[in-house]
Design a protein around this ligand. Structure first.
Ligand code: IMP
Length: 191
C-alpha cells in the first residue's frame, strides 16, 4: 500500500520507512506541502489534523506524525508547542538549555512523545503513540538526526539521539515505538 506522509522532513520518512516498509510504501507529498496549523490539544489530534488535510487534497491513504518534548523541570514544556519554541532547531535547543541552566542532572528528566495517525483508503483510521524517556544534556552533542536530537540523552547509552546511528535511533525512539505499534495494529486489522 502506498502511503503519503504529511511532512517535508525526509529524515522522518526514513525513520518510519525503516519499520513500516515493505508493509507500507511511504512517499513524500509530490505537491507543495504546507503543514496546517497544529490547533489540537493532544499529539494524536495534531497528527489527525495533518493526516486529514493531506487526505482531503490527495484522496489517498496518508500518514502523519506529531511529536513533542516534555521536560519535567519546565512543567512538561515545550510539549505540544515543541515546534514553536523558537524559529530554528538551534534556537529551540539553545532556549531549552538556557531554561535548564543550573538544574542538576536529576532535574533534567524529559520524554519524547510521538503520535502517528494513518488514514486508510477506505477512510478508516489507526492512531498510536510512542514514548521515550531520557534527559536533557548540558550542551548539544552529535551531528546525526534533527530537531532536539543533539540535546536529548538516552540514559542507558549515555549518548544523545544525535550521537546514534539511524539504526540505533530506530531501535529506541518514540517515533520508532509508535511505528511498531502501528505495524502491529495493521497486521491485526488485515488478519
Ligand atoms: P513535529 O510534531 O514533527 O512538528 O515536531 C515537533 C518538534 O519536535 C519540532 O521542533 C521537531 O523538530 C521536533 N522533533 C520531532 N521529531 C523529532 C525527533 O525524532 N528528534 C528530535 N526532534 C524531533
Amino acid at each position: 500500500m502506498i502511503v503519503t506522509v504529511a511532512t517535508t522532513n525526509a529524515a522522518k520518512v526514513n525513520e518510519l520507512a525503516a519499520i513500516l516498509s515493505p508493509k507500507l510504501e511511504l512517499v513524500l507529498p509530490a505537491v507543495d506541502y504546507r503543514a496546517p496549523e497544529e490547533a489540537g490539544s493532544t499529539y494524536v489530534e495534531n497528527a489527525r489534523i495533518k493526516a486529514r488535510a493531506l487526505y482531503a487534497a490527495l484522496g489517498r491513504s496518508t500518514l502523519a506524525d506529531d511529536s513533542g518534548l516534555e521536560v519535567d523541570a519546565l512543567g512538561g514544556q515545550p510539549g505540544l508547542h515543541s515546534a514553536r519554541y523558537g524559529a530554528t532547531a538551534q534556537q529551540r535547543n539553545r532556549r531549552l538549555l538556557e531554561a535548564l541552566r543550573g538544574h542538576a542532572k536529576g532535574a533534567r528528566l524529559a520524554r519524547f512523545r510521538t503520535a502517528l495517525v494513518l488514514l486508510l483508503d477506505d477512510s478508516r483510521e489507526i492512531a498510536v503513540e510512542g514514548c521515550r524517556e531520557g534527559e536533557i544534556a548540558e550542551a548539544p552533542r552529535g551531528t546525526d538526526g534533527f530537531g532536539y536530537d543533539p540535546i536529548f540523552v538516552v540514559p542507558e547509552l549515555g549518548r544523545t539521539l544525535a550521537e546514534l546511528t539511524t539504526h540505533e535511533k530506530n531501535g529506541l525512539s518514540s517515533r520508532a515505538l509508535a511505528a511498531r505499534a502501528l505495524l502491529a495494529e495493521l497486521l491485526r486489522l488485515r488478519r
